[in-house]
Design a protein around this ligand. Structure first.
Ligand code: SF4
Length: 456
């Protein structure tokens, strides 16, 4: 029988706020400035091997109260026509800089609700993508889209597959009717199953399901039922996020009654139950919030040491430069992170002036790059090898991080990690708290960590 190594006492002790480290420096460190020039400079210097494109589709016909995404509530499909027009123009602006030389191995549509778009609008986007970029057509490509089963008739999946989509991610969060009412997201098991079946029938090779732990009205009984229903759907991957209630920052969350949110002890039980049930069902822990079947490419990459973490979570395409398209999208070229304007108005006015809509960003300094590589190793391999670190940086790990040593030793005493002569290894128990270990290396984390979510 598979063992999860989930230790509630440890999670309880280290339940502090912290980043998810989809980048380092984290996105809250991005600053305004002349980032178009910095981006052009990065492109000129970059040794581009392949590309990954992220397209943000911000529209949602209904709003889920827990949401912390950049979204626009509308039922008017015409608004998306204007948006698609700007996306196409933005593609030309990037394509003028990058050309069609490099293969696009990864395309991800996130939101918002990408499936808010009609078949015609999605076709227009894909036609433009193929006009301006060199999209991979082989089986190794990862072209994915986030699906809201409430918005997408299962018959439309064949169109997505014909466009080249081969991965889908389905938002579920919880099937418990009481939770669904409390978060304003009513979605049946049947309509979710219909999407899964249609995806399988159309050759979609990977299905991910998103769940959230800690939503209002969640109970152990209800969540156990949801987990059983999800396991029966047998997705290839599962994301299990912890709900962070931050109504001061996210207006939508003010519609949630704080009294309905489960207490930390219940959240811990929900998480523990999820980990045990998923492990029992044959899923392996990829890392921070993510599970996958043992045969999945993420698990294989983790074993081979080639797993990578970026803004879309875990990926096997570490060598790709990331181009962000659409409002609030983030891109990364070399050591430069950039983010587009966050409002539709500012995004449109930049694109209509024939300019990239990049508004903020950050430059990864030499020190950042060293720390970033350690965080990547911890998140993706659960291991830092000191000899490899020295080869990579010319530095001695123990000397460079001497001031962090007492904190690392404390985590070792508590069983989160193991320090040996040439390695720092995250223990199986410590993997659920890996961000706590990463936070020790994070040079920007002095205060203000309450803006991030907790482990539970
Ligand atoms: S969770 Fe997804 S569907 Fe719900 S409001 Fe947010 S972006 Fe829209």
């Amino acid at each position: 029988m598979a063992i999860s190594h989930f230790e509630p006492d440890l999670i309880r002790r280290y339940n502090v706020n912290g980043p998810r480290y989809t980048s380092y420096p984290t996105a809250d460190q991005f600053r305004e400035g002349d980032w178009i020039a910095a981006y052009d400079n990065a492109l000129a210097k970059a040794d581009i091997r392949a590309l990954s494109l992220y397209l943000h589709i911000p529209f949602c016909s209904k709003i889920c109260f827990y949401c912390a995404c950049n979204k626009i509530n509308t039922a008017n499909l015409k608004r998306a026509d204007s948006y698609v027009k700007r996306l196409k123009h933005e593609m030309t602006l990037h394509s003028q800089r990058i050309g069609r030389l490099h293969t696009v191995e990864q395309v991800h549509f996130g939101g918002g609700t990408p499936t808010f778009l009609s078949d015609v609008q999605l076709t227009t986007i894909f036609d433009a993508l193929r006009d301006y970029f060199n999209l991979a057509e082989d089986d190794d490509r990862d072209f994915s889209i986030e699906i809201d089963p409430r918005d997408l008739a299962p018959q439309r999946i064949d169109h997505l597959a014909a466009l080249g989509i081969n991965r889908i991610s389905i938002g579920v969060q919880d099937f418990d009717p009481a939770v669904q009412i409390a978060v304003n997201r009513i979605q049946s098991v049947a309509e979710t199953r219909a999407i899964v079946t249609a995806a399988r029938n159309n050759g979609i090779r990977s299905i991910n399901i998103d769940l959230i732990n800690g939503l209002p009205k969640q109970t152990l009984g209800g969540f156990t039922q949801t987990l059983s229903q999800v396991i029966e759907l047998s997705p290839d991957r599962l994301s299990l996020y912890s709900y962070a209630h931050l109504p001061q920052r996210f207006k939508t969350q003010r519609q949630i009654n704080a009294d309905d949110i489960p207490c930390a002890e219940t959240k811990l039980k929900l998480l523990g139950t999820a980990v045990e049930m998923l492990t029992e069902a044959g899923y392996e822990y990829v890392g921070m919030d993510h599970f996958a079947k043992s045969s999945d490419s993420l698990i294989r990459a983790r074993r081979l040491g080639t797993l990578h973490r970026n803004f879309q979570g875990y990926t096997t395409h570490a060598h790709c430069e990331l181009i962000g398209l659409g409002v609030s999208s983030i891109g990364q070229v070399g050591h430069t992170y950039v983010q587009n304007e966050k409002t539709l108005h500012d995004y449109y006015s930049a694109i209509d002036s024939d300019m990239l809509a990049i508004a903020r960003g950050t430059q990864v300094s030499d020190r950042d790059a060293i720390i970033k590589s350690v965080i990547q190793d911890l998140m993706c391999r659960s291991l830092v090898n000191f000899t490899e670190f020295r080869t990579r940086t010319g530095l001695i790990f123990e000397d460079y991080f001497r001031d962090r040593w007492p904190e690392l030793l404390k985590l070792q005493d508590d069983g989160l990690l193991r320090i040996e002569p040439d390695t720092l290894t995250v223990t199986k128990q410590g993997r659920y708290l890996v961000r706590i270990i990463c936070m020790i290396f994070d040079a920007y984390l002095r205060d203000g960590s309450e803006k991030f979510s907790k482990a539970i």
